[in-house]
Design a protein around this ligand. Structure first.
Ligand code: BGC
Length: 512
């Protein structure tokens, strides 16, 4: 994504209404988010299906059905974890490559390529005959995911009128949660189909992938990307089309100006690494995504059915409970749409973390007390556990979920925005990989204490947000440096040289 441009309007508001074209393009592109969510939601469900386990993971299948197998360890298998996590390794690799591909060939092509990867992955999984084919399918899905996550949020930002950018961006996160929920529904249905139900679950990704592929033919490329690639006239015409107006010269000039600045930076990655003043947003956005993943949310998203079976729920009840958490996640995301620009980012992050902390502690406490190695928990305890897991999901959905992506996209100055955003995406995928790969082993070794592990991280991240993260609500992106990092009690030291230089200039002396 290096080299992408998000046109800025400074303090002025550029005219621009919410046209059908913009809505259509946002909706189609967000199918990339849907596929992200579908992959997240589907893996937990199929890995709890007996037919699937028997075919690909016979050892886990046997262990699961051994009456006296340790509750916390029955799903612990490195290949089972590799099935879930392999996708995210491929995604890191693909998002780096697609950052360059997208600069050269545009967002629309990157989106089309991502849908082809998704299709290939879905078909490989649909017809999987052995573990190799299954993992290969996951790797292709990961390549699709990397391209999609790297290009789609920028695509949406670049076509959006400035004042609707935040809301339209959250459509991407919303479709992630819709994808997770639909995956839960599909799993619930296919788990009742003997022998091949899991194939429908995994192959189902082909449907949204096909929509994304066909849709990518009908969407526009972004004016900024066209201008950046020297297609100025096409860029102007596209802008007129998506704004449904001929009166776009002010916004177009803004895009051209922003592109010129961004094009001067030939190596945004180097710029980011070498210049101290780029570090505060880089560190903050990257650490934010580390924390987002270490809330433990994906443990629930990936392994909810497995987790519920661990507690002694039957297969059906486990999938049903996963559907409930999926629905809570989807509907609660809408809350952030309406609150983020009113109460501010920091308050939502802190309130969300404290609510999640309550959820993790209660779940950990109950399981520690009632889930011993080889029993099942009582009905009432299970219900209370599900309620507190829902509380956790509810809080994540209006705080760390959408805000992780939003803050990472708004804190960088224009010239390093895309390269910086890559680090946030990369950190997200890396930590998703780590959680997916390590969770079942951690559960086996740490037992109920695993919930206290995540609770400890929640405490650390709450303190980190309070002390280290400046509030970015309502601050124009161009003023972000001056009004946040430069005046922050800790981060301001990274700008000391610049401040000294300005003082020197004011005194009429040349800067050192
Ligand atoms: C995260 C995903 C997570 C999802 C849950 C996203 O923001 O990046 O890892 O599974 O939210 O809704």
């Amino acid at each position: 994504m290096a080299g992408g441009v998000i046109a800025s309007s400074g303090n002025r508001e550029l005219p621009g209404k919410l046209t059908k074209q913009v809505l259509f393009c946002t909706f189609i592109a967000s199918f990339g988010g849907f596929l992200f969510g579908y992959d997240i939601g589907i893996s937990g469900g199929v890995t709890s299906m007996d037919d699937f386990l028997e075919k690909f993971f016979p050892k886990v299948y046997a262990r699961k059905h051994r009456a006296r197998e340790n509750n916390y360890c029955k799903f612990n298998d490195e290949y089972l974890q590799l099935f879930t996590s392999s996708l995210y390794l491929a995604a890191i690799f693909a998002s780096f490559l697609s950052s360059m591909f997208s600069r050269k060939y545009g967002r629309r092509w990157t989106i089309a390529v991502s849908s082809l990867f998704f299709l290939a992955g879905a078909f490989l999984n649909l017809g999987a005959k052995n573990l190799g084919m299954l993992i290969a399918g996951r790797l292709f899905l990961g390549l699709g995911l990397g391209c999609a996550n790297q290009s789609i949020p920028v695509f949406i930002s670049e076509i959006s009128p400035a004042k609707y950018r935040g809301g339209l961006n959250i459509v991407f996160q919303l479709l992630i949660t819709v994808g997770i929920f639909i995956a839960n529904l599909v799993n619930y249905g296919t788990s009742k189909i003997k022998n091949h139900g899991w194939r429908i679950s995994l192959g189902g990704a082909a449907v949204p992938a096909a929509i994304l592929l066909v849709g990518s033919y009908f969407i526009v490329d972004t004016p900024a990307s066209l201008v950046e690639r020297g297609k100025k006239e096409e860029g102007l015409n596209t802008l007129k089309k998506i704004r449904d107006s001929d009166n776009v010269s002010e916004e177009f000039n803004e895009i051209v100006r922003a592109t010129e600045v961004a094009n001067k930076i030939k190596h945004p990655f180097l710029e980011l690494a070498m210049k101290r003043h780029n570090w505060p947003p880089l560190i903050s956005a990257t650490v934010l995504h580390f924390f987002q993943q270490f809330t433990g949310m994906n443990v629930i998203m990936f392994y909810a059915p497995v987790l519920f079976q661990t507690m002694g729920f039957g297969g059906d009840a486990a999938l049903m409970s996963a559907m409930i958490t999926g629905a809570v996640n989807m509907f609660s995301t809408l809350i952030s749409n309406f609150t983020v620009d009113v109460v501010g980012r920091k308050r939502l992050l802190v309130a969300g973390a404290l609510t999640m902390l309550t959820g993790q502690c209660v779940v950990g406490g109950l399981l520690k007390q009632y889930l011993l190695s080889t029993n099942s928990v009582s009905h009432i305890v299970s219900i209370v556990v599900v309620i507190f897991i829902c509380l956790f999901v509810f809080a994540y959905a209006w705080s760390w979920g959408p805000l992780g992506w939003l803050i990472a996209s708004e804190v960088f100055p224009l010239e390093t925005r895309n390269a910086g955003y890559f680090f946030a995406v990369g950190m997200n995928m890396l930590c998703t990989f780590i959680i997916a790969q390590a969770f079942l082993t951690m559960l086996c070794n740490m037992r109920a204490y695993i919930f206290f592990f995540f609770a400890t991280i929640l405490v650390i991240m709450t303190c980190a947000v309070i002390a280290m993260l400046p509030e970015t609500k309502g601050i124009p992106m161009e003023e972000m440096m001056d009004r946040t990092w430069k005046v922050h009690w800790f981060w301001k030291r990274f700008y000391q040289n610049e401040v000294d230089a300005e003082v020197q200039l004011e005194k009429g002396k040349p800067a050192a």
